[in-house]
Ligand binder design. Structure first.
Ligand code: HEC
Ligand code: HEC
Length: 403
């Protein structure tokens, strides 16, 4: 080997070693979008909360919920999240000698939903709709009403079926215990994210002061040396309890679906009368044409954004059509605003499932986080008539395809 190639080889070896140096374990990303929103709402233009508030929130969250590699749930007595399942889903992708897997979330979900569950993983910006940001605790396709978390059964269905017409795939091939672990991890990220938002709102209410009551001249508490109970006792245990209890009680909030009228059966002599009634309601009392348009192809006039975007857009008065207005938010992690399209109902693609009961629930409860409203004014018979009409659109288009 001549001297030149020896030097080249050495340089290559040094460079390669530098690239494979110790990898820093990933951290949960701070919700800087929520903090900027709070600053816009409560402070004068260009003012910021002190850095100490961000450090405090990050330390509290780390002490209570751990890290992406060592995730833990701060309330042991609850049945909402199981610690063993968290350990299967958290951390880097690996498995024990007996085959017990770890890192399921990073293996299957993080590239879309992000390590922190912020819906902003590596591929997220390219997808429409964007992957769910779990941190608001809002879910679209569930059996519970608006402002109520989904049940485990709802989340299991999502993982089994995926969400047709979106990038969300089906994970039906995974064993049941892996699905259960992933669901607990979604709940964990969601509760952690909701709690982070609560803390940031509390800090705003305190004008950026500490969440701990610190007497004049006393040092700030050493959060890293405190137990979860001590921290929660000091800042107010109800801040987390309220969120966890809502998840705990979701099973009792499931909307019951009354049996469909006999005329709902295709072939029943009154079926076409029921469909005609549904069509009537679609144009009148149901007000569905406002968004879905007269031909139900989703060309109504309403332009809107989903709640995940509206959250930082609407309250602080950001203009979605003015790049300079939204740029500060995308610079700290928000995905660029994109209007929501009401669904073209002629295509027969139902994201929340195409069963009659699924469509009934979508119309009765609305689709949380999207502009699709709950229809409190409609009776259950009227909702069934609308389901019959929505289903008839699909059959009509199978028989007589639109050009
Ligand atoms: C290829 C991208 C992608 C991957 C991988 C992915 N998702 Fe999703 N996910 C999405 C998109 C996009 C949506 C939003 C669909 C919508 O809003 O209609 C979504 C929505 C969801 C929802 C919300 C359902 C609701 O009712 O609102 C849950 C829960 C979810 N995903 C869990 C997971 C889990 C758990 C994994 C891993 C096992 C995963 N996803 C993997 C793209 C992905
Ligand atoms: C304010 C606008 C608006 C109104 C009014 C509205 N919708 Fe929707 N609808 C939407 C949007 C937006 C979506 C897509 C939501 C998503 O997937 O994020 C949707 C989706 C749907 C879906 C698809 C559900 C699925 O599982 O994919 C059905 C069915 C539906 N709407 C029926 C109706 C009916 C029936 C009415 C009248 C009672 C109605 N909508 C009124 C905006 C609206």
């Amino acid at each position: 080997m001549n001297r030149c190639s020896a030097i080249c080889l050495l340089a290559f070896a040094i460079l390669t070693c530098a690239a494979c140096g110790p990898v820093e374990p990933p951290e949960f990303q701070f919700n800087a979008v929520e903090q900027l929103k709070q600053e816009r709402l409560f402070l004068d233009d260009g003012q910021h909360f002190p850095d100490s508030s961000r450090t405090e929130v990050t330390s509290i969250l780390r002490a209570l919920f751990g890290t992406p590699d060592q995730s833990r749930f701060p309330i042991e007595s609850t049945t909402v999240v199981d610690q063993n399942r968290l350990e299967m889903a958290a951390g880097p992708v690996e498995s024990e000698i007996d085959g017990t897997p770890h890192g399921l979330y990073r293996e299957h979900c993080a590239h879309c939903h992000g390590i922190s569950g912020n819906g902003a993983g590596a591929t997220a910006a390219l997808l429409n709709p964007y992957p769910r940001d779990f941190r608001m605790g809002k879910f679209k396709f569930k059996s519970t009403p608006l402002r109520t978390p989904p049940t485990d059964e709802d989340l299991t269905r999502i993982l089994h079926n995926g969400i047709p017409g979106s990038a969300m795939p089906s994970f039906r091939l995974l064993p049941d215990e892996e699905i259960a672990a992933l669901i607990d991890y979604v709940k964990y990220l969601s509760i952690r994210g909701q709690f982070e938002r609560t803390l940031l709102a509390e800090i705003s209410a305190l004008d950026g002061e500490s969440l701990f009551e610190i007497e004049e001249g006393e040092p700030a508490p050493e959060i890293d040396n405190m137990s979860a109970e001590e921290i929660l006792d000091a800042i107010g245990p109800e801040l987390l309890d309220d969120i966890v209890t809502r998840w705990q009680n979701a099973d009792q909030r499931v909307t019951s679906v009354p049996a469909a009228p006999a005329a709902f059966q295709i072939g029943h002599s009154d079926h076409s009368a029921l469909t005609t009634e549904g069509r009537e309601l679609f144009f009148t009392k149901g007000n569905c044409t406002q968004c879905h348009g007269a031909t139900a192809s989703g060309d109504g006039t309403t332009v809107n954004f989903d709640d995940w975007t509206n959250d930082w857009l609407k309250t602080p008065g950001v203009d979605p059509y003015d790049r300079d207005s939204w740029k500060p938010f995308t610079a700290v992690g928000a995905l660029r605003p994109r209007p929501v399209q009401p669904r073209n109902l002629n295509l027969g693609v139902f994201r929340g499932g195409d069963g009659a009961e699924d469509i009934y629930r979508r119309i009765a409860n609305g689709i949380e986080g999207s502009p699709m409203p709950a229809s409190a004014a409609l009776s259950s018979d009227e909702i069934w008539a609308l389901v019959a009409y929505v289903k008839s659109l699909v059959y009509a288009n199978d028989l007589f395809p639109r050009p």
